[in-house]
Design a protein around this ligand. Structure first.
Ligand code: SF4
Length: 297
């Protein structure tokens, strides 16, 4: 029997494939695959009948099905990114996708320690970033931290010093931490990749895939109360989404027992000081969860 895809005209087929990719980017693919299970979960957690959830799903499906109607597909910010972490907000209809995320798929290692992680990394040549590095930038701070900041990768200053966030952006992060009533040594600071990308470019997908399991192990060992992702790269890696950070910045996600929030990267704030107010609002949310008072001047 002929597949339905084979019966499509090449032009229509390309259009359908583009829509499927778009739906997949929105996290809708796994949702529809496992819709029966998710409907029960969502209905149970939100007090909705399965019928009303189904109607909402059909509305989204109808919108996705309209070729050329990208702007008509409206997905609420709380429903956008989470594959790895479920949003804590109660307003999402499209919940987290079933199946393990990159994070969940990497097993917790019983009895893991930072020493073991560092020994495993060794003089790492697993990805091409090793070629240009001076130092592996492992991370810095308290192993008992309740708050972990995750950035994207080391810059020039960090590469030279072997410590994350020590350049201009790092100084701003330190000021932000102190404004929260904490010291730099009270938190843990690390990055998605541990070697400097050339010309300070964003880490590439293969580099992130290769290096991020070490970050996941670090988070696993610390088990912080709150993870604060700084910028798109960190938040997209941990939440396993391709959505832009502005779609979910300031929202809470449940991330394997930790609460996760994404905010703008300090380097972005250096270029866009007007966004500092938004970041401060995000940090105040973190402070409320951790029971912190702002630093007195
Ligand atoms: Fe190894 Fe990570 Fe450095 Fe790549 S970025 S070489 S995986 S430590």
């Amino acid at each position: 029997m002929q597949n339905w895809e084979d019966s499509l005209e090449p032009g229509n087929r390309a259009r359908v494939e583009a829509w499927l990719r778009y739906g997949n980017d929105l996290g809708l693919g796994p949702y529809y695959r496992d819709r029966a299970v998710l409907q029960q979960d969502v209905a149970a957690s939100e007090g909705l009948s399965a019928k009303s959830v189904d109607q909402a799903a059909q509305t989204v499906a109808a919108a996705v099905g309209q070729a050329g109607a990208v702007s008509s597909v409206r997905v609420s910010p709380t429903s956008v990114p989470p594959v790895a972490g479920a949003p804590l907000s109660s307003s999402s209809v499209i919940s987290s996708a079933a199946g393990p995320s990159l994070f969940e798929a990497s097993d917790r290692i019983e009895g893991d320690t930072f020493q073991l992680i560092r020994e495993t990394i060794g003089d790492c040549t697993r990805c091409k970033l090793h070629k240009g590095r001076t130092n592996i930038v492992f991370g810095v701070g308290s192993l008992k931290a309740q708050l972990v900041f995750v950035g994207e990768g080391p810059g020039r200053d960090e590469d030279i010093k072997g410590e994350p966030f020590v350049g201009r952006a790092g100084k701003l992060l330190t000021q932000m931490i102190e404004a929260m009533g904490l010291r730099r040594e009270d938190v843990y600071i690390c990055n998605v990749v541990k070697c400097r990308p050339p010309e300070n470019r964003l880490p590439e997908k293969d580099e992130i895939t290769t290096c991020s399991p070490f970050l996941f192990r670090q988070i696993d060992v610390i088990r912080p109360k709150v993870i604060c992702c700084l910028g798109s790269c960190a938040s997209q890696t941990l939440l396993q989404t391709t959505q832009g950070i502005s779609r979910f910045r300031g929202e809470w996600f449940d991330f394997r027992g930790s609460k996760l929030i994404a905010t703008y990267h300090p380097a972005y704030l250096l270029r866009n000081p007007n966004a500092k107010g938004e970041v401060w609002k995000d940090l105040q949310k973190v402070m409320a969860v951790l029971g912190l008072q702002p630093k007195r001047k």
